[in-house]
Design a protein around this ligand. Structure first.
Ligand code: SF4
Length: 246
């Protein structure tokens, strides 16, 4: 039973175009959607090694990790997927955002980020990191990692224009333990702009030095980085994929 007269309904509502996101979704499902990935970065990329981001931007072919296909690495992927189910603890999950960075040449770069979870009651951004031996890594000083802290501060910078952000939490989880850290809030907009501009400059100028860390062993550009110099010096654990002969 309607309590609003039809004339009134017509006066307070009007038909408009379908939301862009729905159109993009339908086009993608029909193979018609092609996004321009030039100067598009993910938060994970910019908090990681700059040279690695540059290689990706330049379209350099990824190599094959020598550990790929082992039971340990395959189980690692599946284990991460299992633990990721924890994000269902919140209804506000997997929320994405684009942040635009004006470049010196007048173009606009895009930074894309996705929140694992958001607790609207406490206005907390929560990022889940699944790993192994959480307590042991904390004891060794490996966790929390600087790039994880920066990642949350990037999310705060990107999302706080659209929703309140009071707290930033990182949750480290392995198969037997969960440890949470509260991270200091910080606007990192200047850092984001500089970081992306440096990668953009390096596309036409001198290649960036590698930012060598424990994460290099998972990088799929190790041979390239080793050969370019000023980067990886250990024996590469990834190899170029041979081109298929026709
Ligand atoms: S091997 Fe390490 S330093 Fe080199 S591009 Fe990859 S992550 Fe960067």
């Amino acid at each position: 039973m309607s309590t609003i007269p039809l004339e009134k309904i017509k006066s307070i509502s009007e038909e408009i175009d379908a939301p862009e996101g729905i159109l993009n979704f339908l086009q993608k499902r029909n193979g018609l959607y092609s996004k321009d990935y030039t100067s598009r970065y993910s938060v994970t990329e910019i908090v990681g090694c700059q040279r690695k981001s540059l290689y990706k931007q330049l379209g350099i072919s990824k190599e094959e990790l020598l550990g790929d296909g082992t039971i340990e690495s395959m189980w690692g992927t599946v284990r991460g997927d299992f633990l990721h189910q924890m994000t269902y603890a919140y209804k506000w999950r997997e929320m994405d955002m684009e942040y635009y960075v004006p470049l010196k040449d007048g173009r606009i770069a895009t930074l894309a980020g996705r929140l694992d979870m958001y607790d609207w009651k406490t206005k907390t951004i929560i990022d889940l990191k699944t790993t192994k031996f959480v307590r042991w890594q904390i004891k060794q000083g490996f966790l929390p990692r600087e790039e994880h802290i920066l990642q949350l501060q990037c999310y705060q910078t990107m999302f706080s224009e659209y929703m309140p952000v009071e707290n930033l939490n990182i949750v480290y989880a392995d198969m037997s333990d969960i440890v949470t850290y509260k991270v200091e809030k910080r606007d990192v907009s200047k850092w984001i702009n500089t970081r992306i501009q440096e990668i953009e400059n390096a596309k036409t100028e001198k290649i960036l030095d590698g930012e060598v860390s424990g994460l290099c062993k998972f990088c799929k550009y190790q041979t390239k980085c080793f050969e370019d110099g000023n980067g990886l010096t250990d024996k590469p654990l990834s190899m170029p994929i041979p081109k298929q002969e026709n």
